[in-house]
Design a protein around this ligand. Sequence first.
Ligand SMILES: [Zn+2]
Length: 307
Amino acid sequence: MTDAIVLNSFKAAAKILAWLDAMGCRKLPIDLDLVRQMLPETPFGRGTVIKPPADLTWGGSEGALVQNPHNLTEWGIFVNPKARAERRRFTVAHEFGHFILHRTAQSSFHCDKESVYSGIDTLKAIEREADDFASHLLIPGDILRDRTHGQRIDFRLLGALATEFGVSLESMCIRLVKYTEQRAVLVHWDNGFEKYQWKSAEVQKTRVRLKRTGDQQEPLPDTLAADDAIAQEWDGIDMAADAWCDSESDEITLREMKHTYAGGNRVLSLLILESAPPRADFRTGWEDEVTRDTFDRFIDNAQLPVR
Ligand SMILES: [Zn+2]
């Protein structure tokens, strides 16, 4: 498995997409069962068998990849049967990521959505790598570029793309923010508090700072996120950027979009800021940056957050 050691999530996904392309099977949504059957025929999985995904019958996980202790060539993927179809697809792709990138180090992986943000660092690193792999496999960059080139970015476009790619709106938004050359910020709210933020490269370069409300970030006054009367705003509303940011002058505008999930507890805010020149002292290493959230800080202090 020397190949796997030098691989990263992007290269591994690109290789699989190239193999699918060579077979004339690189179509949307990406056929994950074909990928499962193909992997043992490739350098990524030679000599193994990957069983078809089965229902996960134990609680606490979204998915799992497990080596059969009685037959070490055989690997099983397990998926939460209660999850939505697009979430199950992402989980299967995520487990392929572990299979390709991490299986020489571990014989079982038990994955949940939270460990990407709140696990110990080594766990977070491999969970994020598997997520990145899934994201690159399910949302090929060249097709995303074609679909978004010259388009106004809003939740209508991203919702349509999510359907086409067979992913959730959230997965689509994260991929977009990590890919776009625009200044974009995605904020996920959970029960009225920020769970995470993703910032685009341009946001990092131009040192956009979102205003803080305290240790537990809450929606800022005069933003859609704080307006309980508005559950959905998929087109977005233009406003002065200083409603959200303390780094931006009052001449800069941003467009805020809002999506509230069924049940009302989870909200996605997407901000597209007017472009601005890079500020001189932006730090490098921005890639895939996600802010540490309140949950992380509480975990660091060995305390559970108050929800
Ligand atoms: Zn995982």
